[in-house]
Write a protein that binds this ligand. Structure first.
Ligand SMILES: *Cc1c(COP(=O)(O)O)cnc(C)c1O
Length: 342
């Protein structure tokens, strides 16, 4: 079978043989009854590993974020978040639709952070005209960029000062920890709740974990059931999730190195430009010149089993399914196709 080189996302990763074996052999039970030993073990381990009281295994990052928002906020409350935040832009408006929670987006700064002055100005006074501001939701990494520990500490102080809770959409927080070269606890310690995707760079087939206090997680669990997320013998998914968390973290540096290498190679090609400064983890954005028909290029590449998302501001993502050699293959394909179209 010809290898497909897929730069569209790190969600495309395939489970390794060890994960498949673990899935086949997982001890399972009815998780709605709390009977699934593999889920229980994953949740207990995850809570301890990240320094939280409790953890909840969720079907997706979208679900984990929604549960967190609904546990923190009641009907008529609001959360502050970035204009570019995944849980504002890309989750179907779930907090508003299903939680009756109003989002208050704030323009992200260039580095992905949110300006505290702007946040402060958006906090509503205690007055029946307004929604009640309850939560600040941050994202790390955001569009592949890392938010540093200094900022996170300030965000914690800011939310304490204004009596807000603090949530992290940490879909790729292990990429942030890798880039900062710190233990994951150094990042997540500042937050009341954190969601982590196991099905992206960490390579599990399905699932996210939500971390929080016992109270928050018990509330999230009620919402999860109501939303149809109470799964039964779900240990078959918790087993590879545990492998993802315990064995696929150290190798993330390879993805970061590969993203940087890919950026450097693309910058050698006329019509492609990547701001290397922004390539901090496993993701890069390439500006494509008007002279290049990127849709056509994507179609030609697909015939050669290389997949990209065509866009004039094109996102490319590295992950455990992409080697340095795959990048060389891609660059050669690109050069060939561009030469032919001249
Ligand atoms: C992918 C992603 C999510 C949602 O995860 P799904 O499992 O795809 O629902 C949430 N936040 C961020 C930042 C993401 O990248």
């Amino acid at each position: 079978m010809t290898k497909v080189i897929d730069f569209r996302s790190d969600t495309v990763t395939q489970p390794c043989e060890k994960m498949k074996t673990a899935m086949a052999n997982a001890s399972v039970g009815d998780d709605v009854y709390g009977d699934d030993p593999t889920v229980n073990e994953l949740e207990q381990w995850s809570a301890e590993r990240h320094g939280f009281e409790a953890a909840l295994f969720c079907s997706s990052g979208t679900q984990a974020n929604l549960l967190a928002l609904m546990a923190h906020c009641q009907r008529g409350d609001e959360y502050l978040c970035g204009q570019q935040a995944h849980n504002y832009r890309f989750e179907g408006g779930g907090a508003a639709v299903l939680g009756s929670i109003q989002p208050q987006p704030i323009e992200n700064e260039k580095d992905g952070s949110l300006c505290f002055k702007k946040l402060e100005a958006a906090i509503k006074p205690d007055d029946p005209h307004f929604a009640r501001t309850k939560l600040l939701s941050l994202e790390n990494t955001i569009n592949g960029k890392v938010i540093g520990l200094d900022y996170l500490r300030q965000a914690r102080d800011f939310t304490h000062h204004h009596q807000l809770s603090l949530h992290l959409d940490g879909a790729r927080v292990y990429n942030a920890a890798t880039a900062l070269n710190v233990d994951i606890k150094e990042i997540v310690q500042y937050f009341d709740s954190v969601s982590i995707c196991l099905s992206k760079g960490l390579g599990a087939p399905i699932g996210s974990i939500l971390l929080g206090s016992n109270l928050l997680i018990s509330q999230a669990k009620r919402w999860r059931k109501m939303l149809g997320g109470g799964m039964r013998q779900v240990g078959v998914l918790a087993a590879p999730a545990k492998i993802a968390l315990s064995e696929n973290v150290l190798r993330l540096q390879t993805d970061h190195d590969n993203a940087r290498y890919l950026a450097e190679q693309l910058n050698q090609i006329d019509g492609f430009s990547v701001n290397i400064e922004n390539v901090q983890t496993n993701m890069l954005f390439a500006k494509i010149a008007d002279s290049i028909n990127i849709n056509n290029l994507a179609q030609q590449l697909a015939k050669q089993h290389t997949l990209i998302t065509p866009d004039t501001h094109m996102r490319l993502v590295t992950h455990l399914g992409i080697t340095k050699n795959d990048i060389d293959v891609f660059i050669e394909q690109l050069k060939h196709l561009l030469m032919r179209s001249e």
